[in-house]
Design a protein. Structure first.
Length: 347
């Protein structure tokens, strides 16, 4: 009888042990989730404090007003950016009909004036976000300022970077210029950076300017669907890949980040920090995420940077003060990336 009782009780003991182990695993998982949630909540809280500090200034309040107005205007012009850019949207380079400012660049440095500039938009957007910046660059004498559209519901940075690579090769074939400049807003900057670092794009891109790009990831990405959301989270596999060594990269980077950026959280993650890259990080104050491409000061500085080429056709980084990391320059806080680089006063 004792043997039969032990035999009957053994399955029950195994079941009890299994339940205990499952419960322990669930508790451990819940504990890890709770810890991660607490850390995420703390990060959001700190970022919110920084953002509130930026908003509670005259410049921040004005920046919010501009952001609201531009978002409304952008919604109105958004449909105009849906069609692919026509070939005749790119005017021929010449002096006829040019204003004195435009003629100055063409006459002074026809190579810089003719080097193509490709503008790459961000997530759920299109080329219409560059309406103001594109007009400003052309007014300053740049003859080939082009835009590209990729899917507004793109869900993979790597795949979109391959689309960018195809677009750039087509542009090289059409214009005859082997190197060009790229300006990327938000996700567009990260796509272009991946192309440069991981797909050999430093052979094609001379200068990459990023505006409000989450180089260090962004906390709102936790609210996005899987795929792109995972890639944009701090510490993601994509960002870890981009942090890998990039010796000999020929592209120069300029990263504009704002203390009022509501999409890159914490805002300091808009900086590009990499020991192998030639980087200048520039903090702009009181400019919202969507307003970065229309900011007049940023537009002037980009023009100054892209109008300077050395005798070998390489970009000379201007528009940023020389000096130690963190030095104030023309209303901007300028920070060097770990890769260093040259700089001069703002234009």
């Amino acid at each position: 009888m004792a043997l039969d009782h032990a035999t009957r009780s053994r399955p029950g003991a195994r079941l009890a042990a299994s339940v205990v182990a499952t419960s322990a695993g669930a508790c451990a998982a819940a504990s890890r989730f709770g810890t991660a949630a607490a850390r995420l909540g703390l990060a959001f809280s700190r970022a919110g404090t920084d953002a509130a500090r930026a908003v509670c200034t005259p410049r921040g309040a004005a920046g919010l007003a501009v952001e609201a107005l531009w978002c409304t205007a952008h919604l109105a012009v958004y449909p105009s950016g849906l069609p692919r850019e026509r070939a005749d949207d790119d005017p021929a380079l010449g002096l006829e009909g040019l204003a004195p400012l435009q003629r100055g660049l063409v006459i002074g440095d026809v190579e810089a004036a003719g080097t193509p500039i490709l503008l790459v938009h961000g997530m759920v957007d299109n080329r219409s976000v560059f309406t103001v910046l594109r007009r400003g660059l052309r007014r300053r004498g740049f003859g080939r300022v082009l835009t590209m559209n990729y899917s507004p519901v793109a869900n993979d940075v790597r795949a979109t970077a391959r689309v960018l690579a195809e677009e750039i090769e087509a542009l090289v074939s059409e214009t005859g210029y082997e190197r060009l400049h790229v300006v990327g807003h938000s996700l567009g900057g990260l796509v272009a950076r991946y192309y440069v670092q991981r797909l050999g794009g430093d052979e094609r891109i001379d200068t990459l300017v990023t505006l409000g790009t989450p180089h260090g990831g962004t906390l709102p990405a936790y609210l996005l669907p899987a795929g792109l959301g995972r890639q944009l989270r701090p510490g993601s596999d994509l960002l870890t890949e981009l942090a890998e060594p990039a010796p000999g990269c020929r592209t120069r980077f300029i990263s504009y980040w704002s203390d009022l950026d509501q999409m890159v959280v914490p805002q300091r993650n808009g900086r590009l920090l990499h020991p192998d890259l030639m980087v200048h990080n520039v903090l702009v104050r009181g400019v919202g995420h969507m307003s970065l491409p229309i900011d007049a000061r940023i537009g002037r500085e980009i023009s100054g940077v892209l109008s300077q080429l050395d005798p070998g056709g390489q970009g000379v980084v201007t528009g940023i003060s020389r000096g130690r990391q963190g030095r104030q320059a023309g209303g901007r806080r300028v920070e060097r990336g770990d890769g260093g680089g040259r700089a001069s006063k703002p234009s």
